[in-house]
Write a protein that binds this ligand. Sequence first.
Ligand SMILES: [Zn+2]
Length: 80
Amino acid sequence: MARARKDPPRTEEPTGAEVVPLYRPRKCAICGKPTVRPFHPFCSRRCADIDLNHWLSGSYTIPAVEAEPGGEGERRDGDD
Ligand SMILES: [Zn+2]
């Protein structure tokens, strides 16, 4: 069993022609679910509203969403 023929190196050719869809599914910035087109980059209107609320309220806090109870460990004694 003499193998004179050398097998060519097996190189996994990457699909150079990678299709880039116009809309790339991403994760919702709020809850992490796959986003949907109308609410991109969010998964739903709810999450979009939540994000909007963040900016409107000026603080990035999450209303109407599971909040961590007793998450505030910062206490300031000094007044300005
Ligand atoms: Zn979401």
